[in-house]
Ligand binder design. Structure first.
Ligand code: DHB
Ligand code: FE
Length: 281
């Protein structure tokens, strides 16, 4: 049986790619952010995942505004970073885990989620940069299954629905006959707003409450409508639904907190990082 070893949830910001390319990890601006990752590297070295199931949001790269699936799962052989990338060096493509992807698709559609299935898919900073943060040598030791949630164009799925999607994906992984060690990833958030009157908006209070809730009260944020979450976290802060989906995949009992980091700001974003293990794990 496949085993979920835990989750890593992290912010994704394009400027991280530039900081990596220019070796700025020790720069005073970047250090508090990059210092969050060595404990994650040690945890990964111990846990040795071979597959990542990653909840993330595409930013108009693979899906543009003319065709915007609410939930989409990748079942491609390979995923190539195709973000324009601010001139940074190419990241190596990452292999897809197609068999598990189709199992997840079957099981999640059986649970009444109407998924879009993608046999070709390019990825952007929301998926490629978290991989580069987890494996700085960029020799990916994992195959991936991307699960994309629309947080770009309204109407967006509710927090409650995203949590339920995560639960269904988690159950599907646990019912897979293979013996893969699966890491759940969720990327996006925490509070940030890139546009409009509230550009630059950050809500530290809410972010810290949210991170805390994921340990023992994981449905806490599902009490809020998606519009309330935009109000509390910003138009792009609503990407935190990826963290909820990732947490849903771990199961409903309390989780074990392995590590967390929170730093304001990275670009316009309150950056969060958290590693959780399922309580029974
Ligand atoms: C920033 C944050 C994001 O989540 C994103 O997708 C793009 C930019 C930022 O803070 O610059
Ligand atoms: Fe984003």
């Amino acid at each position: 049986m496949a085993q979920i070893i835990g989750s890593v949830t992290t912010s994704h910001v394009p400027a991280i790619g530039r900081a990596i390319a220019k070796n700025l990890q020790g720069d005073p601006y970047w250090k508090p952010f990059f210092d969050g990752f060595p404990p994650v590297h040690r945890w990964l070295a111990e846990k040795k995942p071979d597959v990542i199931v990653a909840f993330y949001n595409d930013h108009g790269l693979n899906f543009f505004l003319d065709k915007m699936p609410t939930f989409a799962v990748g079942a491609a052989a390979e995923y190539r970073n195709a973000d324009e990338g601010w001139g940074i060096p190419e990241l190596p493509p990452v292999k897809g885990e197609q068999k598990l992807a189709w199992h997840i698709i079957d099981k999640v559609i059986e649970r009444d989620f109407d998924l879009v299935t993608c046999q070709e898919m390019v990825i952007d900073h929301a998926l490629s940069l978290p991989l580069a943060l987890l494996w700085p040598d960029q020799k990916w030791p994992v195959r991936i299954v991307p699960v994309c949630i629309n947080t770009v164009q309204f109407p967006l799925p509710s927090a409650k629905r995203c949590y339920a999607l995560g639960e269904a994906v988690g159950d599907a992984i646990r019912s897979w006959q293979g013996n893969e060690r699966v890491l759940i990833m969720g990327t996006g958030g925490l509070s940030h707003q890139l546009d409009g009157e509230r550009a630059g908006f950050i809500n530290k209070d809410f972010d810290l409450k949210f991170m805390e809730s994921l340990v023992a009260d994981p449905r806490w944020a599902t009490q809020y409508s998606i519009h309330e979450l935009v109000e509390k976290t910003g138009t792009q802060g609503v990407e935190l639904v990826m963290w909820l989906a990732a947490r849903g995949a771990l199961g409903n009992g309390p989780a074990k907190r392995v590590h967390q980091n929170y730093h304001i700001p990275i670009s316009n974003t309150a950056s969060g990082l958290m590693v959780l293990e399922p309580a029974a794990g």
